[in-house]
Design a protein around this ligand. Structure first.
Ligand SMILES: [Zn+2]
Length: 304
Protein backbone atom coordinates (compact mmCIF):
# COMPACT_ATOMS: atom_id res chain seq x y z
CA UNK A 1 0.00 0.00 0.00
CA UNK A 2 1.16 3.48 -0.72
CA UNK A 3 3.75 2.13 -3.11
CA UNK A 4 3.74 0.34 -6.42
CA UNK A 5 3.85 -3.45 -6.27
CA UNK A 6 7.29 -4.99 -6.51
CA UNK A 7 9.18 -1.70 -6.41
CA UNK A 8 11.31 -0.64 -3.44
CA UNK A 9 9.62 2.36 -1.80
CA UNK A 10 11.80 5.31 -0.81
CA UNK A 11 11.07 8.76 0.52
CA UNK A 12 12.59 12.20 0.71
CA UNK A 13 11.04 15.19 2.43
CA UNK A 14 12.21 18.74 1.96
CA UNK A 15 11.53 21.74 4.17
CA UNK A 16 12.14 25.15 2.61
CA UNK A 17 11.92 27.70 5.37
CA UNK A 18 9.22 30.32 5.85
CA UNK A 19 7.51 30.68 2.47
CA UNK A 20 3.88 31.89 2.70
CA UNK A 21 1.46 29.94 0.51
CA UNK A 22 0.04 33.09 -1.12
CA UNK A 23 3.54 34.15 -2.19
CA UNK A 24 4.53 30.71 -3.45
CA UNK A 25 1.38 30.62 -5.56
CA UNK A 26 2.25 33.77 -7.51
CA UNK A 27 5.97 33.14 -8.07
CA UNK A 28 7.08 31.03 -11.04
CA UNK A 29 8.19 27.66 -9.67
CA UNK A 30 8.47 25.33 -12.67
CA UNK A 31 10.10 22.53 -10.69
CA UNK A 32 7.50 22.46 -7.94
CA UNK A 33 4.87 22.63 -10.70
CA UNK A 34 6.39 19.60 -12.42
CA UNK A 35 6.22 17.63 -9.16
CA UNK A 36 2.65 18.64 -8.31
CA UNK A 37 1.58 17.84 -11.88
CA UNK A 38 2.43 14.21 -11.10
CA UNK A 39 0.97 14.30 -7.58
CA UNK A 40 -0.60 17.35 -6.03
CA UNK A 41 -0.38 20.74 -4.35
CA UNK A 42 -2.36 21.82 -1.32
CA UNK A 43 -2.47 24.48 1.31
CA UNK A 44 -1.94 23.05 4.79
CA UNK A 45 -1.43 24.34 8.33
CA UNK A 46 0.90 24.46 11.32
CA UNK A 47 0.26 25.70 14.85
CA UNK A 48 -2.00 22.97 16.22
CA UNK A 49 -5.57 23.75 17.21
CA UNK A 50 -6.01 27.33 18.44
CA UNK A 51 -7.08 27.72 22.08
CA UNK A 52 -6.46 24.07 22.84
CA UNK A 53 -3.44 22.34 24.47
CA UNK A 54 -2.02 21.56 21.00
CA UNK A 55 -1.72 25.23 19.98
CA UNK A 56 1.93 25.50 18.91
CA UNK A 57 4.01 28.57 18.01
CA UNK A 58 4.47 29.07 14.25
CA UNK A 59 8.22 28.87 14.77
CA UNK A 60 10.68 26.87 12.70
CA UNK A 61 11.96 24.15 15.04
CA UNK A 62 8.49 23.66 16.46
CA UNK A 63 7.22 22.90 12.97
CA UNK A 64 10.11 20.58 12.11
CA UNK A 65 9.52 18.55 15.25
CA UNK A 66 5.80 18.38 14.46
CA UNK A 67 6.65 17.04 11.02
CA UNK A 68 9.23 14.57 12.35
CA UNK A 69 7.03 13.15 15.11
CA UNK A 70 3.49 13.62 13.76
CA UNK A 71 2.58 15.42 17.00
CA UNK A 72 2.11 19.00 18.21
CA UNK A 73 4.29 20.85 20.71
CA UNK A 74 2.31 19.80 23.80
CA UNK A 75 3.67 16.30 23.08
CA UNK A 76 7.11 16.73 21.48
CA UNK A 77 7.86 19.67 23.81
CA UNK A 78 9.78 21.85 21.33
CA UNK A 79 8.34 25.35 21.83
CA UNK A 80 11.03 27.52 20.24
CA UNK A 81 14.29 27.37 18.31
CA UNK A 82 16.37 26.71 21.44
CA UNK A 83 15.10 23.12 21.61
CA UNK A 84 15.81 22.85 25.34
CA UNK A 85 14.10 19.60 26.25
CA UNK A 86 12.54 17.64 23.37
CA UNK A 87 10.37 14.74 24.51
CA UNK A 88 11.91 11.87 22.59
CA UNK A 89 9.16 9.51 23.74
CA UNK A 90 7.36 10.74 20.63
CA UNK A 91 9.49 9.00 18.06
CA UNK A 92 10.65 10.79 14.94
CA UNK A 93 10.35 9.21 11.49
CA UNK A 94 14.03 8.21 11.42
CA UNK A 95 13.76 6.34 14.70
CA UNK A 96 10.64 4.61 13.41
CA UNK A 97 12.50 3.55 10.29
CA UNK A 98 15.44 2.09 12.23
CA UNK A 99 13.14 0.33 14.70
CA UNK A 100 11.25 -1.19 11.79
CA UNK A 101 14.35 -2.31 9.88
CA UNK A 102 17.86 -1.37 10.92
CA UNK A 103 19.12 -1.83 7.37
CA UNK A 104 17.00 1.04 6.00
CA UNK A 105 19.48 3.73 5.00
CA UNK A 106 18.82 7.21 6.40
CA UNK A 107 20.31 10.59 5.45
CA UNK A 108 20.03 14.30 6.22
CA UNK A 109 21.24 17.28 4.19
CA UNK A 110 20.76 20.48 6.12
CA UNK A 111 21.65 24.14 6.42
CA UNK A 112 20.92 23.97 10.18
CA UNK A 113 22.84 21.41 12.24
CA UNK A 114 20.40 21.39 15.17
CA UNK A 115 17.91 19.49 13.03
CA UNK A 116 20.11 16.44 13.32
CA UNK A 117 21.80 16.92 16.67
CA UNK A 118 18.88 18.23 18.72
CA UNK A 119 15.55 17.44 17.02
CA UNK A 120 16.41 13.96 15.81
CA UNK A 121 18.86 13.60 18.70
CA UNK A 122 21.30 11.76 16.46
CA UNK A 123 23.14 9.12 18.49
CA UNK A 124 21.63 10.21 21.83
CA UNK A 125 20.64 7.26 24.02
CA UNK A 126 17.47 8.98 25.20
CA UNK A 127 16.43 9.47 21.56
CA UNK A 128 16.86 5.78 20.81
CA UNK A 129 20.61 5.72 20.22
CA UNK A 130 20.44 5.33 16.44
CA UNK A 131 22.67 7.28 14.11
CA UNK A 132 21.82 8.53 10.68
CA UNK A 133 23.77 6.64 8.04
CA UNK A 134 24.81 9.82 6.28
CA UNK A 135 24.72 13.48 7.16
CA UNK A 136 25.80 16.62 5.37
CA UNK A 137 25.50 19.68 7.61
CA UNK A 138 27.46 22.01 9.89
CA UNK A 139 28.39 24.57 7.25
CA UNK A 140 26.65 27.48 8.99
CA UNK A 141 29.21 27.02 11.77
CA UNK A 142 32.14 27.22 9.34
CA UNK A 143 32.55 30.99 9.22
CA UNK A 144 35.89 30.79 7.47
CA UNK A 145 34.50 29.02 4.44
CA UNK A 146 31.15 30.83 4.65
CA UNK A 147 31.70 34.28 6.18
CA UNK A 148 28.43 35.53 7.63
CA UNK A 149 27.18 38.81 6.22
CA UNK A 150 24.14 40.89 7.02
CA UNK A 151 22.51 40.03 3.68
CA UNK A 152 22.76 36.33 4.62
CA UNK A 153 24.39 35.41 1.33
CA UNK A 154 26.18 32.61 3.15
CA UNK A 155 22.83 30.86 3.58
CA UNK A 156 22.25 31.05 -0.15
CA UNK A 157 25.65 29.46 -0.76
CA UNK A 158 25.10 26.78 1.87
CA UNK A 159 21.64 25.94 0.49
CA UNK A 160 23.23 25.49 -2.95
CA UNK A 161 25.90 23.23 -1.51
CA UNK A 162 23.42 21.19 0.52
CA UNK A 163 20.97 20.73 -2.36
CA UNK A 164 23.73 19.80 -4.78
CA UNK A 165 25.16 17.19 -2.44
CA UNK A 166 21.70 15.83 -1.63
CA UNK A 167 21.00 15.36 -5.34
CA UNK A 168 24.34 13.64 -5.89
CA UNK A 169 24.01 11.36 -2.91
CA UNK A 170 20.42 10.40 -3.63
CA UNK A 171 21.15 9.70 -7.25
CA UNK A 172 24.17 7.52 -6.42
CA UNK A 173 22.99 5.82 -3.24
CA UNK A 174 19.20 6.04 -3.08
CA UNK A 175 18.77 6.08 0.72
CA UNK A 176 15.41 4.79 1.97
CA UNK A 177 14.61 7.98 3.91
CA UNK A 178 16.12 11.45 3.55
CA UNK A 179 15.48 14.94 4.89
CA UNK A 180 16.66 18.04 3.04
CA UNK A 181 16.42 21.37 4.87
CA UNK A 182 17.06 24.74 3.15
CA UNK A 183 17.06 28.04 5.06
CA UNK A 184 17.82 30.97 2.76
CA UNK A 185 14.16 31.89 2.08
CA UNK A 186 13.50 32.49 5.77
CA UNK A 187 16.48 34.82 6.13
CA UNK A 188 15.30 36.85 3.14
CA UNK A 189 11.77 36.92 4.53
CA UNK A 190 12.93 38.28 7.87
CA UNK A 191 15.02 40.93 6.17
CA UNK A 192 12.82 42.04 3.29
CA UNK A 193 9.34 40.65 3.92
CA UNK A 194 7.03 40.51 0.91
CA UNK A 195 9.40 41.85 -1.72
CA UNK A 196 11.20 41.27 -5.02
CA UNK A 197 14.05 39.82 -2.94
CA UNK A 198 11.70 37.16 -1.55
CA UNK A 199 10.45 36.37 -5.04
CA UNK A 200 14.02 35.83 -6.19
CA UNK A 201 14.86 33.67 -3.17
CA UNK A 202 11.85 31.46 -3.98
CA UNK A 203 13.00 31.13 -7.59
CA UNK A 204 16.45 30.06 -6.37
CA UNK A 205 14.79 27.58 -4.02
CA UNK A 206 12.82 26.14 -6.93
CA UNK A 207 16.07 25.59 -8.86
CA UNK A 208 17.38 23.55 -5.92
CA UNK A 209 14.19 21.51 -5.86
CA UNK A 210 14.82 20.83 -9.55
CA UNK A 211 18.13 19.17 -8.68
CA UNK A 212 16.38 16.89 -6.21
CA UNK A 213 13.53 16.08 -8.59
CA UNK A 214 16.02 15.13 -11.29
CA UNK A 215 17.81 12.83 -8.84
CA UNK A 216 14.53 11.18 -7.81
CA UNK A 217 13.34 10.65 -11.38
CA UNK A 218 16.71 9.20 -12.35
CA UNK A 219 16.46 6.69 -9.48
CA UNK A 220 12.99 5.73 -10.67
CA UNK A 221 14.18 5.19 -14.22
CA UNK A 222 17.57 3.62 -13.53
CA UNK A 223 16.67 1.53 -10.47
CA UNK A 224 12.93 1.02 -10.76
CA UNK A 225 12.36 2.42 -7.27
CA UNK A 226 9.11 3.99 -6.10
CA UNK A 227 9.91 7.43 -4.70
CA UNK A 228 7.80 9.69 -2.57
CA UNK A 229 8.94 13.33 -2.64
CA UNK A 230 7.31 15.83 -0.31
CA UNK A 231 8.22 19.53 -0.27
CA UNK A 232 6.78 21.81 2.37
CA UNK A 233 7.44 24.89 4.49
CA UNK A 234 7.36 25.34 8.25
CA UNK A 235 5.25 28.51 8.70
CA UNK A 236 3.84 31.49 6.86
CA UNK A 237 4.54 35.12 7.76
CA UNK A 238 2.60 38.08 9.14
CA UNK A 239 0.07 39.82 6.93
CA UNK A 240 1.32 43.36 7.38
CA UNK A 241 5.00 43.02 6.44
CA UNK A 242 5.72 39.42 5.59
CA UNK A 243 8.76 39.63 7.87
CA UNK A 244 7.60 37.99 11.08
CA UNK A 245 6.08 34.76 12.29
CA UNK A 246 5.38 32.88 15.49
CA UNK A 247 1.77 33.92 16.10
CA UNK A 248 -1.55 32.32 15.27
CA UNK A 249 -2.76 34.55 12.43
CA UNK A 250 -4.19 32.78 9.41
CA UNK A 251 -1.25 33.76 7.22
CA UNK A 252 1.35 32.59 9.75
CA UNK A 253 -0.49 29.27 10.22
CA UNK A 254 -0.93 28.60 6.51
CA UNK A 255 1.68 26.41 4.85
CA UNK A 256 1.61 24.25 1.71
CA UNK A 257 2.63 20.78 0.59
CA UNK A 258 3.79 19.61 -2.83
CA UNK A 259 4.16 15.91 -3.57
CA UNK A 260 4.72 13.62 -6.52
CA UNK A 261 2.54 10.89 -4.97
CA UNK A 262 -0.38 10.12 -7.26
CA UNK A 263 -2.55 8.16 -4.83
CA UNK A 264 -3.69 10.92 -2.52
CA UNK A 265 -6.66 10.75 -0.23
CA UNK A 266 -9.31 13.44 -0.36
CA UNK A 267 -7.90 14.65 2.98
CA UNK A 268 -4.79 15.91 1.17
CA UNK A 269 -6.89 18.68 -0.36
CA UNK A 270 -8.75 19.53 2.87
CA UNK A 271 -6.02 21.53 4.60
CA UNK A 272 -3.92 18.77 6.18
CA UNK A 273 -1.65 19.53 9.12
CA UNK A 274 2.14 19.35 9.05
CA UNK A 275 1.63 16.42 11.49
CA UNK A 276 0.07 14.40 8.64
CA UNK A 277 3.36 14.22 6.75
CA UNK A 278 5.08 11.71 9.05
CA UNK A 279 2.31 9.08 8.90
CA UNK A 280 2.13 9.63 5.12
CA UNK A 281 5.82 8.85 4.72
CA UNK A 282 5.41 5.83 7.01
CA UNK A 283 2.58 4.60 4.80
CA UNK A 284 4.60 4.96 1.64
CA UNK A 285 7.69 3.13 2.88
CA UNK A 286 5.59 0.55 4.76
CA UNK A 287 6.89 1.29 8.25
CA UNK A 288 5.21 -0.59 11.05
CA UNK A 289 4.42 1.96 13.77
CA UNK A 290 4.49 0.49 17.30
CA UNK A 291 1.03 0.81 18.93
CA UNK A 292 2.15 3.19 21.68
CA UNK A 293 3.55 5.57 19.04
CA UNK A 294 0.59 5.19 16.69
CA UNK A 295 -1.83 5.95 19.52
CA UNK A 296 -0.12 9.24 20.31
CA UNK A 297 -0.02 10.55 16.72
CA UNK A 298 -1.92 13.76 15.99
CA UNK A 299 -1.65 13.22 12.23
CA UNK A 300 -3.03 10.77 9.70
CA UNK A 301 -1.70 9.67 6.34
CA UNK A 302 -2.94 11.58 3.31
CA UNK A 303 -1.51 8.82 1.10
CA UNK A 304 -3.68 5.83 0.27
ZN1 LIG B 1 11.18 28.79 9.70
Amino acid sequence: MGNAAGQVPKAIFVIVDGIPADVLEIVATPNLDAISAVGGYTRAYVGGAIDTPSESPTVSAVGYMSLLTGTWANKHNVWNNYILKPDYDYWDIFRLAKAHDESLETAIFSTWTDNRTKLIGDGLQRAGGNKLDYYFDGFEKDTERFPHDSAKNHLQQIDDLVATEAARYIRENGPALSWVYLEHTDAVGHQHGDSPEMTQAIELMDNRIGLLWTAVTSRQIEHGEDWLLIVTTDHGRDLRTGKNHGGQSERERTIWIVTNHDELKESFYLSPGIVDIMPSIATHINLAIPPHIAKALDGQSFIK
